[in-house]
Design a protein around this ligand. Structure first.
Ligand code: WQD
Length: 326
């Protein structure tokens, strides 16, 4: 069985490719390299450069590599950008998915794993978010992920495709420095950037109804997330009728202030944060219930916040050697 990993040259995708190949699965990467990096794809794994919007190219890749399963990560993922450019997000994340599904069904692919997001929940008013918590996305990005889940599920039912939608919580860390997240759009790299610039890390609001007043999130190591894909892909293969919707988190809330303290400890910078204004649209607390995947598939995250920050920092130094020279 060969798995097509769309977005396999991206930060999360490359980790999925690595975990799948380490587990003995055959993979092919399909990536337009708009944000992906070819060097992230391990030697021996074919890389097909193409857009998911290109029916012909997708169809050819599926046939040429005799693909029987798809793990679909290729997507736009910036919440703020999605507010400014909703059409771009609906085109890439919904139309791109539709094209890919149509080609997958025509190629008689049997399993389809879809990369969804905790953004589908919006501003959940619960201690732990279960997969039954109502989905009320607050951004076009979250909307496209929720619409994507609908598209995947409906196609799976109609065409007899085993499907899974994986709702990622806050992803951090790296399995190797060269695989680290090169973008600076989430909390951990944003703290690193400030420290490297000689500035205090920023807390966006410290007056939330949380224990220390700062927002609480559920951080998950990208290597754990990647291993979850292996477990899910195998579950779909062994049960062709399967339809899964799963949170991928750890079930542990960590505040922004705690994250900054931990980064200061790991990096040795020891620079106190500065409190800035709230960022519009940020929920106070989003923490997964990680029970369903544990019960249904026996999968649990193994790595903690220390592992995430330590490995992310090694990746940051790899990209920004000056950060280590203080
Ligand atoms: C985490 C917390 C910030 C930077 C987003 C998407 C989600 C998923 C992951 C794609 C928030 C605070 C941040 C800083 C801060 N994306 N913060 N100072 O917003 O929880 O989730 O990314 O799939 O769908 O919504 O992640 O890392 O941006 O922020 O205080 O310098 O850190 O306000 O509370 P978020 P984040």
């Amino acid at each position: 069985m060969t798995w097509l990993i769309t977005g396999g040259a991206g930060y999360i995708g490359a980790h999925v490719v690595r975990a799948m190949t380490e587990a003995g699965e055959r993979t092919v990467v399909y990536d337009d390299l708009s944000t992906g990096v070819a060097e992230r794809v391990p030697g021996g794994v074919p890389l097909v450069r193409g857009s998911i919007l290109d029916t012909g190219a997708v169809t050819r890749a599926l046939a040429a590599h005799e693909v029987t399963g798809v793990v679909h990560l290729a997507a736009k993922k910036q919440v703020g950008e999605s507010v400014e450019h909703p059409l771009r997000y609906y085109r890439e994340n919904v139309e791109g998915l539709r094209v890919l599904l149509e080609a997958a069904v025509a190629a008689e692919v049997s399993s389809f794993v879809f990369s969804s997001s905790a953004a589908v929940y919006g501003m959940p008013d619960v201690e732990l978010v279960t997969e039954e918590t109502p989905c009320v996305p607050l951004s076009p990005y979250g909307e496209t992920k929720l619409a994507g889940e609908w598209l995947v599920r409906a196609t799976g039912r109609a065409a007899g495709l085993a499907t899974a939608s994986l709702r990622y919580f806050n992803v951090a860390g790296a399995a190797a420095p060269a695989l680290a997240d090169a973008s600076v759009s989430n909390l951990v790299p944003m703290i690193f950037e400030k420290l490297t610039e000689g500035l205090p890390p920023r807390i966006f609001g410290d007056d939330y109804p949380t224990p220390d007043g700062t927002c609480v999130r559920d951080y998950i190591h990208v290597a754990d997330l990647a291993e979850a894909h292996v477990t899910v892909a195998r579950a779909l293969r062994s049960d062709p009728g399967r339809e899964l919707t799963l949170n991928i988190g750890r079930g542990e809330g960590v505040s922004v202030r705690e994250m900054i303290d931990r980064v200061n400890a790991v990096t040795g910078y020891d620079r106190p944060p500065a409190v800035a204004a709230r960022r519009p649209g940020d929920p106070a607390r989003v923490v997964a219930s990680a029970d369903r995947i544990a019960t249904e598939l026996g999968w649990r995250a193994k790595r903690d916040v220390q592992d995430m920050i330590g490995s992310a920092w090694e990746g940051w130094i790899h990209l920004h050697p000056e950060a280590a020279r203080r």
